[in-house]
Design a binder for this molecule. Structure first.
Ligand code: FAD
Length: 349
């Protein structure tokens, strides 16, 4: 028997979960197809929202608009689900070099509202800090493992554990058909797998491999995110997420010994307390050459949409741009020009 919904969503990572959340909130019928055995960047990400980016410590793109919006979104999600999802966690900077210290001091004095001095931090005794310390305020940690799990439970009546196979998709004048499902729109939230999607593979994807270690560090306070050349992010109890690599060129998505050795060397050079590695995880970031998301409807097939390309910023961009896409479809509101796939009309047509 055919089932009719308004939206078919492919993928339940950060993006698909937020799409589903907003559709459910708005009472719009949908079905979400996801295969938990396929790679998912969201399931290995550290979950940090940081308003400051890169070695020059500049403010992240759109952060003034996006930050208050997403903090509110995660808080509402957490309140409705009754589980802890978002935690304020300032980034404790352990300057890795004199140059980075100077870069921080410069930004602190010039037009950056997020950097703070940290004169007497209570975490200092756990680290070697030859170049001093600093702090980034307004940072948050999202428990992504919990978020994806709770998100799936919340939409269980709309969730289909399956692989979406493109050859089963049929387009018609009212929308799309996939197996026994009829929908007005299909929205691809399928992360790096979108690179094989015939409708969107022409977009300038530039996937990026990231490795991280899960490390037991007994005694280290878990109220902060720590950042040196590596990030040390609270994970669970004594466990910390340590990483990550950032590789544009890679042979496969396997963990590497060279990364592990690099992390060990970094941890040995800054930590004053013992630690033990318990896991080594890998993911591929759905990044792109422009470092801007891909959001919108296909210029030739308006029944097909995409919300992707979140790169290193999925936690902050996903809630904001999924709602923007839904509002665009439902109420004809505009999509941010820098994110709208309309800008690649020439490639997609
Ligand atoms: C090591 C690492 C650290 C990171 N740290 C951070 C961080 O601290 N903060 C931050 O904001 N971002 C971080 N990111 C980036 C973040 O993970 C991504 O931006 C985000 O997860 C992308 O979400 P997504 O939903 O687009 O893709 P994904 O999470 O990859 O989800 C895609 C989903 O689609 C499903 N799927 C795909 N194809 C099919 C199909 N054919 N059939 C069924 N299901 C399908 C997959 O199973 C998956 O569940 C990190 C990434 C990595 C790799």
């Amino acid at each position: 028997m055919q089932e009719k919904v308004k939206y078919l969503i492919v993928g339940q990572g950060l993006v698909g979960t937020w799409m589903a959340y907003y559709l459910q909130e708005k009472g719009i019928p949908f079905k979400i197809i996801n295969n938990t055995q396929l790679p998912s960047a969201s399931s290995v990400a550290s979950g940090v929202i940081n308003p400051v980016t890169g070695r020059r410590m500049v403010q992240t793109w759109m952060i003034e608009t996006v930050l208050p919006f997403v903090v509110d979104a995660y808080n509402q999600f957490q309140e409705k689900a009754g589980v802890a999802i978002i935690k304020k966690a300032p980034v404790a900077l352990i300057h890795p070099s004199l140059q980075m210290k100077e870069s921080f001091d410069y930004r602190l004095a010039h037009e950056n509202v997020y950097l703070l001095k940290s004169d007497t931090p209570n975490w200092k005794s756990f680290f070697i800090t030859p170049f001093g310390t600093g702090e980034i305020g307004s940072c948050y940690w999202i428990d992504l493992v919990q978020f994806l799990k709770t998100g799936r439970e919340k939409i269980k009546d709309h969730y289909l554990e399956a692989t979406f196979e493109m050859e089963d998709l049929k387009l018609n004048s009212n929308g799309v058909e996939w197996k026994n499902l009829n929908a007005e729109k299909i929205i691809f939230c399928d992360g790096v797998q979108a690179m094989e999607n015939p409708f969107f593979k022409a977009l300038p994807f530039a996937p990026n491999k990231g490795e991280a270690l899960i490390v037991d560090i007994p005694g280290l306070p878990n109220k902060n995110i720590y950042k040196n050349n590596v990030s040390i992010v609270p994970w669970k109890e004594n466990l910390f997420w340590v990483g990550a690599s950032f590789e544009w060129k890679y042979e496969n998505a396997n963990p590497t010994n060279s990364f592990k050795e690099k992390m060990i060397s970094s941890l040995d050079s800054i930590l004053t307390i013992p630690y033990k590695i318990v896991d080594h995880i890998v993911g591929i970031r759905p990044a792109n050459t422009e470092r801007r998301p891909f959001v919108g409807l296909h210029p030739t097939y308006p029944q097909i949409g995409i919300c992707n390309g979140m790169g290193t910023k999925g936690c902050s961009l996903a809630p904001y741009f999924t709602l923007e896409l839904i509002n665009h479809i439902e109420m004809a509101t505009a999509i941010n020009k820098e994110a709208n796939v309309e800008r690649f009309k020439h490639l997609l047509a």
